[in-house]
Design a protein around this ligand. Structure first.
Ligand code: GNR
Ligand code: NI
Length: 174
């Protein structure tokens, strides 16, 4: 297992659509393990493959608060098959937008179809933070970031600040 580098906005890869996986093999499981390690060390509660530069429809999630009791969750080719009309609001953050948080309203519950770590078809009804997190990660697979739900003014301001931060970092590295 090894940690991977997380892609930070602005980066054009974060706006691309990820591709469906055809098979679940050891190579893919290796990537899933790396993603989990990267997510835990960030730390974060979810990670999409595009955030480590790979345009495949896979996500890892662990919303358990207790660090002692890990509860990792791997979703391959996840699809939302239905969403509730009622919504809930959480303060969202994103490992690709470090330092920025915003209250985002999304459907409170969703029914999700996916393939698990062992290649088995699964379906779950997600509620609460898990529902929000799955929707946030599936957005990544479609090139969408949570700042896209904010006003253009707020979004542009965040992107401008992140662009500036990247330029400062380049100076230090040089
Ligand atoms: O670590 C994360 N926390 C979080 C909080 C509220 C809603 C979604 C998330 S996901 C985020 C990690 C991340 O960027 N996943 O793509
Ligand atoms: Ni994110």
């Amino acid at each position: 297992m090894s940690q991977r580098k997380i892609v930070i906005e602005p980066d054009p890869i974060l706006r691309k659509k990820s591709e469906i996986l055809e098979k679940v093999d050891d190579e893919l499981r290796g990537l899933l393990d790396d993603m989990l390690e990267t997510m835990y060390s960030a730390p974060g509660i979810g990670l999409a493959a595009v955030q480590v530069g790979i345009l495949k429809r896979i996500i890892v999630i662990d919303i358990s608060k207790d660090k002692e009791k890990k509860n990792p969750f791997f979703l391959i080719n996840p699809e939302i098959i239905s969403k509730s009309k009622n919504t809930s609001t959480y303060e969202e953050g994103c490992l690709s937008l470090p330092g920025y948080f915003a209250e985002i309203e999304r459907p409170a519950e969703c029914q999700v179809k996916y393939i698990d770590y062992f290649g088995k078809k699964k379906e779950i009804k997600a509620t609460g933070l898990l529902s929000t997190c799955i929707q946030h990660e599936i957005d990544h697979l479609n090139g969408i970031l949570f700042i896209d739900y904010l006003s253009k003014l707020k979004r542009d301001m965040i992107i401008k600040k992140l662009t500036k931060q990247k330029k400062e970092l380049d100076k230090v590295v040089l």
